[in-house]
Design a protein around this ligand. Sequence first.
Ligand code: AMP
Length: 278
Amino acid sequence: MSPQPVLVVGSIGLDDVETPFGKAQGVLGGSAVYASAAASLFAPVRFVGVCGEDLPADAFEFLRARGVDLSGLERVAGGKTFRWAGRYHFDMNARDTLLTELNTLATFDPKVPPAWRQTPFVFLGNLLPSIQGKVLDQLPSRPVLAVLDTMNYWIENAPSDVKAAAAIRRMGPSSVVVKKGEHGALLFTDGRVFAAPALPLEEVFDPTGAGDAFAGGFVGSLAAEGRVDEPSLRRAVIAGSAVASFCVERFSVEGLRDRSPKEIEARIAQFRELAHWS
Ligand code: AMP
């Protein structure tokens, strides 16, 4: 298969983030934003998300400039963008959510443009689980790969929607990727296990969006190769880890904003060497 596009659906957020190294207020965030910024380093991205009038008009210019198709962006007149606030401790694996204000996300009814409904690679970012299901219902045929994320807020507030783990086990998946924060990622495929490293914690400035950046890089890399098999999965785990490492170096999406293909290649090479397996 030749390089394929990725459909990304998720939240757009205005975040307040506090880490031991500083504070950022009202900065661009959201699962769809981090994932698109990451995936578009590898493959063309089709973006579906909702925001309010309060989001700066040029917030997505860097994504547009990178070829992200924003036809699925809905801006609600008079509405407010989803807001989230979080605080990290010195052990940056621990974070407290201080605020979750759904605003326009509460009534989001994502519409996948008809021309995008056959997109072979799909990432459903952290979003109301029932809405993630509504997106899949709009795709007439099974995508080659659909990756789905969630988080504590939905596990606690919509437990009946979040039955994924049990359902996935019943499906008997051939490959499983486990992302373990500072401990990197594990890939289980065809009875073998591969471990990929993460950056040492001293180099982490703001972990927000690392999971979405990993997932975006992972799906983007597979879409760029146009296939899902053991070698491409291994390269995708390395690509995801490398992109997540860029993400955590700065607040918001700044770490993903101006990355040249050369820088990405160099970081991927560094991770490949650390992983010893590709
Ligand atoms: P991560 O650090 O990968 O868990 O992603 C953090 C991003 O998810 C932030 O930029 C938030 O705007 C967004 N977010 C936080 N809570 C939620 C939620 N309940 N639903 C959707 N997006 C969220």
